[in-house]
Write a protein that binds this ligand. Structure first.
Ligand code: BGC
Length: 738
């Protein structure tokens, strides 16, 4: 539809009709059994039948047949026959589930993430969906926060590259094209900075930290064309994001140039009352509208108050028109005025969902996301050797994360299912050895949904343990698939202690008493405290929550069919007390390698360094990286410098190394991080092969928020590092002269 027609449509809409375009309800409001529903959420929320009929979008319902019917019925009743938008959290896949976002961070592979997002978009689109609430691009530094699994990690550059890639995958060049959906960047802003890792908690960041670390990934997603942005629950500089006019109008809209639809997070506008920022719901509605929030997710704050506020002269109707116009424009970009069903297709649902192509991609992506933390030569496993698989993830299909809400658990491949195809049945045994969680730990998950884990009696636990110990005695190699329960990460799953569940620690200790050749395969939604696991096991492979083909990919890597190449996108702390720990910390005046030992910035009981740093990960082969060669010593505004290294595969099998470039601005008007990732290249090398890897260093790379509040570079010396982890000391120096 042309712009003038949209404008004419808007002009013809009643105030009530417009206000309800800004209301989003859950699919439950539109089920056949309205009577039942109206006594439930609708009554509690204060939305009436009219609002339900006029709401501009719904979330959380999918299925081609269901959504086509709903759209048809809705449009017949909508006074201007405006189509409705269908939105859902399709985060790391729909029915076919790809590795969780933090795992995709570990793959350091934007192209791969783009493909995963495109496959997810296709499954979502044929199921009738128009928008996905993804990607989450919140920078994370605190492994206690359960939502770190939804992020791609602690680095602004890596997060930005992956934000861009995912938006491109979901939307393509044109979100109205077949099999594409609108992408919604979330949660604006800095939701990952929750104090002490407690979900929904206060965020306290100075503007330098906010701008240098937290904002770049949102900007990257917006520059890639994301059609929507979601507000965050937290405060930013003391004001809840959803009513934060400076954040939304000045930063998001003006500075970042975002002109799409801004949606609140689930009931986040209403929550500004509990925050103590809005005095009541009407006040919250006014503030959110003035901040430019276009859709109120799942509360009646807008639908019950906006008309009244206009009639009383408290808010200007033009603000409502502005928001509704953006919503109509989004519907138009998706082509819904011409075809309100877009790609919804019952027949295609059958062929696209969980198709071979998507499953293959899920397997490839999972294999590329695994990180080998330690290996004393016991991996890859030789299928001809006597091997025992011992651990609760040996034959467990719950490997898709709590944000894979539509994921098909039954279709997941377990390690046992995959291993049975490769390992010699006469030489291989499988047992769980323990439940994922002990009775005590299960109590912490009370109230969680249908996937609630079943408890195992103490007697049964003893039996499982004994069986495991017996199995371990017999074999040359013990592979232990262990890890967090998938309900221990995701929303509202903050943990005060990030250890492996206790029943599994006991299992590991007991098995180690009879067999020291242990390779741990770690399923987890977050970095864990792995001190004991790393001490006991001779090999540790992190497989995260790997998705539908997780077991198959794990066996690919365990047997060496796929050589691990993942790198940590987030530091694994030495212990919880070290959090937040991240490689790109600001320099201090008393670093731990200078001056009198006692008075340094350090702990007296633990090291400063994480157990495993950002960017770290091993391979089954070895790589050598040469000293850095610079094409010149001075970067200017006109002249870039190149920095190169030669990477050689000195081992005996082909492998992939992620070569990483870091910079440090040695002295600046504000203190700069000790290192910042500025580039990476994945080098695929045959055994014995070498390649030259070159990075271009130019002025834009050197910019930051300066002391005077402007963004730009400053003259002076820089350290440059190229290596295969953030702890590299392969260094060179250059100057920047303006
Ligand atoms: C989450 C969002 C999500 C929304 C809709 C909220 O609780 O914070 O990330 O998109 O629910 O499901």
């Amino acid at each position: 539809m042309e712009k003038e027609k949209l404008k004419a449509l808007l002009d013809d809409m009643s105030l009530k009709e417009k206000a309800d375009q800004m209301l989003q309800l859950m699919g439950a409001f539109y089920q056949e059994d309205k009577e039942g529903i109206l006594t439930g959420p609708a009554r509690d929320m204060g939305v009436g039948e009219e609002d339900i009929q006029l709401a501009g979008s719904i979330l959380g319902t999918y299925g081609a047949g269901k959504l086509k019917k709903l759209q048809k019925e809705y449009m017949e009743k909508q006074p201007h026959h405006i189509p409705m938008l269908f939105m859902m959290d399709v985060i790391h896949g729909m029915k076919t589930v790809f590795p969780m976002p933090l795992a995709q961070g570990a793959a350091f592979d934007p192209e791969l993430s783009e493909k995963c997002a495109a496959a997810a978009a296709k499954e979502a689109a044929v199921s009738g969906l128009h928008v996905t609430f993804s990607p989450m691009v919140d920078l994370v530094r605190d492994a206690r926060w359960g939502r770190v699994m939804e992020s791609t990690g602690e680095d602004p550059y890596l997060n930005s590259r992956l934000a861009q890639a995912q938006v491109k995958g979901f939307q393509g060049e044109d979100m109205g094209a077949p099999y594409k959906v609108c992408s919604c960047i979330k949660h604006f802003a800095a939701y990952g900075g929750a104090q002490a890792g407690r979900d929904y908690n206060t965020v306290e960041l100075c503007e330098h930290t906010l701008r240098d670390f937290y904002l770049p990934s949102y900007k990257a997603g917006i520059d890639a064309g994301a059609g929507m942005v979601m507000t965050s629950f937290n405060t930013v500089n003391g004001i809840p994001a959803s009513t934060n006019k400076w954040l939304m109008r000045d930063v998001l809209r003006k500075e970042m140039g975002f002109d799409g639809v801004l949606i609140s997070d689930f009931s986040a506008i209403l929550e500004t009352v509990a925050h103590g920022h809005s005095k009541d719901e009407a006040d919250a509605a006014r503030k959110a509208l003035e901040a430019g929030v276009d859709i109120d997710m799942m509360t009646s704050v807008y639908s019950a108050n906006l008309c009244k506020l206009v009639e009383e002269g408290v808010v200007d109707e033009a603000l409502i028109d502005e928001g509704v116009m953006r919503i109509l424009e989004l519907k138009n970009r998706l082509g819904l005025f011409e075809n309100p069903y877009k790609d919804a297709d019952e027949e295609e649902e059958k062929t696209v969902i969980l198709c071979k192509e998507h499953r293959n991609l899920a397997r490839e992506a999972a294999g590329k996301s695994f990180v080998l933390l330690k290996n004393e030569g016991i991996l890859p496993a030789a299928p001809g050797k006597k091997t025992a698989f011992i651990g609760p993830y040996t034959d467990n299909k719950e490997i898709i994360s709590s944000w894979a809400i539509l994921g098909d658990v039954a279709s997941c491949v377990t390690i046992k299912e995959a291993a049975e195809k490769v390992f010699d049945p006469g030489l291989t045994t499988f047992c769980s050895g323990s439940p994922v969680l002990s009775e005590r730990e299960l109590k912490g998950l009370v109230g969680f949904g249908p996937g609630k884990p079943v408890s195992v009696s103490e007697e049964e636990q003893e039996k499982l343990l004994q069986e495991a110990v017996e199995a371990a005695k017999e074999v040359e190699l013990v592979i232990m698939p262990l890890g967090e329960h998938y309900l221990q990460s995701g929303e509202a799953t903050s943990r005060g202690m990030i250890d492996l569940p206790e029943a599994q620690v006991r299992l590991l200790r007991e098995v180690a008493k009879v067999n020291e050749n242990i390779a741990v395969v770690l399923f987890t939604g977050r970095p864990l405290d792995l001190r004991e696991v790393s001490r006991i096991a001779r090999s540790v492979l992190v497989v995260w929550l790997p998705g539908t083909e997780g077991g198959a990919a794990a066996v690919d890597v365990l047997t060496g069919k796929v050589n691990p190449s993942g790198k940590l996108p987030m530091s694994f702390p030495y212990c919880t007390g070290q959090i937040p720990v991240h490689y790109n910390a600001y320099s201090t005046g008393r670093p731990d390698n200078v001056g009198e030992v006692r008075f340094r910035s350090k702990y007296i009981d633990i090291p400063n360094e994480p157990l495993y740093p950002f960017g770290y990960g091993l391979s089954y082969t070895k790589f050598e990286i040469s000293p850095v060669k610079l094409s010149g010593g001075v970067v200017t505004d006109e002249k870039a410098v190149t920095a190169s290294v030669t990477v050689k595969n000195t081992g005996e099998r082909a492998g992939t190394e992620v070569v990483q470039l870091y910079l440090q601005d040695i002295a600046a008007s504000v203190v700069r991080p000790v290192k910042e990732l500025k580039g990476f290249v994945k080098a695929e090398l045959e055994a014995g092969e070498e390649k030259e890897i070159t990075f271009v260093i130019d002025e834009p790379m050197l910019r930051f928020l300066r002391a005077d509040g402007t963004v730009g570079s400053e003259e002076g010396e820089f350290n440059l590092f190229i290596g295969n982890s953030s702890d590299t000391d392969n260094q060179a120096k250059f100057r920047y002269e303006s």
